[in-house]
Design a protein around this ligand. Structure first.
Ligand SMILES: C[S@@+](CC[C@H](N)C(=O)[O-])C[C@H]1O[C@@H](n2cnc3c(N)ncnc32)[C@H](O)[C@@H]1O
Length: 199
């Protein structure tokens, strides 16, 4: 992607602009941390009427909030929401054949906690990495894995480091990896990490 086009954007805007360039109408996508549904709504608009989004969150409150946002925007029909841990659900979708390897255009992770909710319920490195492994297998050629990691809360920096190590360990023949830290990065500012499947 031409970085000049996106320079200066907020991290979430940057992620959406990147993913929008990849996802085609009619494709399947995953939001692995639906939260209040902003990213799920974004994906539902990218895939259009004939596409699909699978959404996951460990909190039922997130499923409820996301369902109501999608319904208000008239796009609930193309989204399936699941309450559960992405570290269990994404691998299960592969092993049970719910999704075929290489069938997904984009997988989004927006780590951390549900805004306006219990800050003790946060994504954790071990389950995040399990889900990322499955996400890589699910991606189609040209598809993208996008992870937004927050480094300002307890455990956030360690989780971000684990995601960076995960990305760095991917085969460069199979994945092209990039990062975006914004214009004025600090050690505690958020970072977006991307892996684009090449082969
Ligand atoms: C920063 S929020 C996501 C924001 C969301 N993408 C949006 O657009 O509003 C992070 C979410 O991850 C969820 N979460 C934490 N651990 C999880 C896990 N193991 N599996 C799935 N979701 C998890 C939290 O409940 C929270 O809703």
């Amino acid at each position: 992607m031409a970085d000049g086009d996106l320079k200066g954007r907020r991290i979430t805007d940057y992620v959406h602009a990147y993913v929008r360039q990849v996802v085609q109408p009619g494709e399947c996508t995953i939001d692995a941390t639906i939260g209040n549904g902003h990213d799920t709504l974004f994906l539902a608009n990218c895939v259009g009427l004939s596409g699909s989004v699978l959404g996951v969150d460990i909190q039922e409150a997130a499923v409820t909030a996301t369902r109501s946002r999608l319904r208000a925007h008239g796009v609930l029909d193309r989204v399936a929401l699941h309450a559960g841990c992405h570290g269990l659900l994404l691998p299960a979708w592969l092993t049970r054949g719910t999704l075929a390897p290489g069938s997904v255009a984009a997988v989004l992770f927006n780590l951390g906690w549900l805004p306006g909710s219990d800050k003790q319920i946060i994504t954790r490195g071990a389950t995040t990495i399990r889900a990322l492994n499955a996400a890589c297998l699910l991606l189609r050629v040209g598809g993208v894995l996008a992870v937004t990691a927050y480094r300002g809360h307890a455990g956030g920096s360690e989780e971000a480091d684990r995601v960076v190590s995960f990305m760095n360990a991917l085969s460069p023949k199979q994945f092209d990896t990039t990062a975006y830290k914004g214009d004025t990065p600090t050690p505690t500012s958020p970072v977006a990490l991307f892996a684009r499947r090449q082969a």
